[in-house]
Design a binder for this molecule. Structure first.
Ligand SMILES: C[S@@+](CC[C@H](N)C(=O)[O-])C[C@H]1O[C@@H](n2cnc3c(N)ncnc32)[C@H](O)[C@@H]1O
Length: 213
């Protein structure tokens, strides 16, 4: 065998990076496909993409928030999950079609959930389909992607448009003042946990008497 590999075609670093990205995306697409079926709604069935600031809740936290949303929405209530896909997944895993829920998300991989998926970019907070009527959700659960006032304020516009009144916000502990200013919510005792340890402290905030205290 010839040791001299001068004749072997070499990829440029850009081409190699593009190829790696292609394979990664293919793996993720396959992951989505193969996770369909009974586990399609399990938290983590769609992998975190850190470039989109995706940090999934732990199973326990997702369950706790889903249960809280159901209790707050009441019988036949409607639930909107804004940038909080794990809560939507947990609601569907636990309740199936019995629960009326919507997932507003920037990451189009969640379009696998069909008509309940609504593409959402917090930069255009009111660019929503006409089918999402104002004040039509009994509770809105939101977890904005960034710990900035700008992101919170824009997400808050969407939340206030959608909710009939009740709001459950998850964000950093450092956002307490801004959360009160833009949404009138107060910090709960319950501490949300993520599937990985995060550097920032997270909290839940509500504007109603909840089971999270
Ligand atoms: C901090 S994570 C919250 C996820 C939550 N902890 C969960 O487990 O469901 C932020 C979410 O915002 C979404 N996101 C990223 N960019 C966004 C954008 N421009 N507009 C709206 N949502 C966005 C991410 O895809 C992610 O689901």
């Amino acid at each position: 065998m010839d040791d001299d590999d001068d004749d072997i075609p070499q990829l440029s670093s850009q081409a190699l990076a593009a190829l790696q990205e292609f394979y990664l995306e293919q793996e993720q697409r396959e992951g989505v496909k193969t996770s369909q079926g009974s586990g399609q709604y399990s938290v983590g069935s769609i992998e975190e993409n850190w470039q989109l600031s995706q940090f999934w809740y732990s199973e326990e936290t997702a369950s706790c928030l889903a249960n809280e949303a159901i209790a707050a929405a009441g019988k036949d209530g409607k639930i909107a999950c804004v940038s909080a896909p794990s809560v939507y997944q947990k609601l569907k895993e636990q309740q199936g079609p019995a629960v009326s829920a919507c997932i507003l998300e920037y990451d189009r991989r969640f379009a696998v959930y069909g008509q309940e998926f609504v593409f959402y970019d917090y930069n255009s907070p009111l660019s929503l389909p006409a089918s999402l009527l104002p004040h039509s959700f009994d509770i809105v659960v939101a977890d904005p992607p960034y710990l900035s006032e700008e992101c919170l304020e824009k997400t808050a516009e969407t939340v206030k448009y959608l909710t009939k009144g009740k709001i459950l916000l998850c964000t950093g502990a450092i956002m307490e003042e801004q959360a009160a200013k833009h949404l009138g919510v107060k910090m709960c005792k319950f501490i949300p946990k993520h599937s990985r340890n995060l550097a920032n402290e997270f909290r839940c905030y509500v504007n109603y008497v909840s089971g999270l205290d």
